[in-house]
Design a protein around this ligand. Structure first.
Ligand code: AVJ
Length: 322
């Protein structure tokens, strides 16, 4: 038996479904159709994302892991003894594990994620490997400010951890608002460690989001399956194509689902018209430089406190303090 505190949840199941329905109706009614990328991550989507990270073309996860493994001791110096580590959008915990191994005397680890079942499972698996560590999972939408568990509020210091280039999924103004809310959540004197994918050649980027084995395509299309399953949709998946490309001007990868023909589709009790070739914009994955992320963070009160990259400078870990 594993001794684990119950996940603190701010999300009710039906509230989650109605938020999904509202976002889908709003997004598919817009001039340029879109659905927020956070809805990729149901159980199937989370599993598909794990497969993506194993593909040879998808370098971000491997690069970030290598930075953490090789420079984790240096990065860990930002985390004072008795501090709380708060991971935003924790997913599989695999990156936190490397930091946790490099840091001594952590008061508490608080993984925060919107996917409750994943959070519970991953937290439970952490306990045997770090028997002395307090783990206090929180199920929350981490883009908003939320209340930390008591143990984290009582810790000597609070350090945010936002790996995986999840920040890239946010529009720059949303990333700024996330950092502002994280400052509120963590409180004065906090630090923040962010994993951000770097601007680079379009070929490398395009390949990473068009893996030959087709897992990114499956991951993208699963969004329509999820709408069919949870919102009574009737998307015909054979009539939508995965499109992913680097938008150089905006320094972001865009993922879309393109309707191969003119059609009507039902979802969440409404009917939506698609022109032939019309797309649903399902994800933007912004790429940063050290300077562009520092500028964004400075704008909301965070000062740069360190940058680490892999040998090929494909990915960065960037630290900030309040
Ligand atoms: C989890 C947001 C970092 O943007 O690279 C991977 C998600 N989408 N392949 C990314 C994703 C398509 C991923 N992030």
């Amino acid at each position: 038996m594993v001794a684990l505190a119950r996940t603190q949840s701010f999300i009710a199941d039906d509230a989650e479904t109605s938020a999904f329905a509202a976002d889908v109706v709003k997004g598919l009614s817009a001039q340029r159709k879109r659905v927020p990328p956070k809805y990729f991550y149901d159980a199937v989507g989370s599993e598909l994302f794990e497969r993506i990270t194993e593909q040879p073309e998808y370098y971000p996860t491997r690069c970030e892991m290598s930075i953490l493994r090789e420079q984790g001791a240096e990065i860990g110096k930002l985390i004072a003894p008795g501090a709380a580590l708060v991971e935003f959008g924790s997913g599989s915990n695999q990156k936190a594990r490397i930091l946790l191994a490099a840091v001594k005397d952590l008061a508490v680890y608080v993984p925060v994620d919107i996917c409750g079942p994943m959070l519970e499972q991953e937290a439970a698996e952490l306990v045997p490997d770090f028997p002395a560590l307090k783990v206090r999972p929180v199920e929350a939408d981490f883009t908003q400010a939320f209340e930390l568990p008591q143990e984290a509020r009582d810790a000597t210091a609070r350090v945010g951890f936002f790996p995986g280039s999840t920040i890239g999924n946010l529009e720059p103004h949303e990333a700024a608002s996330f950092l502002r809310n994280a400052a509120k959540t963590l409180g004065p004197g906090a630090k923040m460690i962010i994993g951000a994918d770097l601007v680079k050649d379009a070929e490398v980027l395009n390949a990473a989001y068009n893996d030959a084995a087709g897992f990114t395509e499956k991951f993208n299309l699963n969004l329509l399956m999820r709408i069919n399953r949870e919102l009574g949709g009737n998307f015909d998946l054979s009539t939508f194509e995965h499109h992913a490309f680097y938008n150089r001007e905006r320094q972001r990868i865009e993922m879309h689902l393109a309707s191969t023909r003119r059609q009507k589709v039902k979802a969440a009790g409404e009917t939506f018209d698609f022109r032939a070739g019309e797309t649903i914009h399902t994800e933007s994955s912004y790429k940063y430089t050290a300077d562009s992320l520092a500028a964004l963070a400075r704008g909301v009160g965070w000062e740069p406190a360190g940058v680490w990259t892999d040998a090929d400078c494909r990915f960065s870990i960037q630290a900030f303090s309040l």
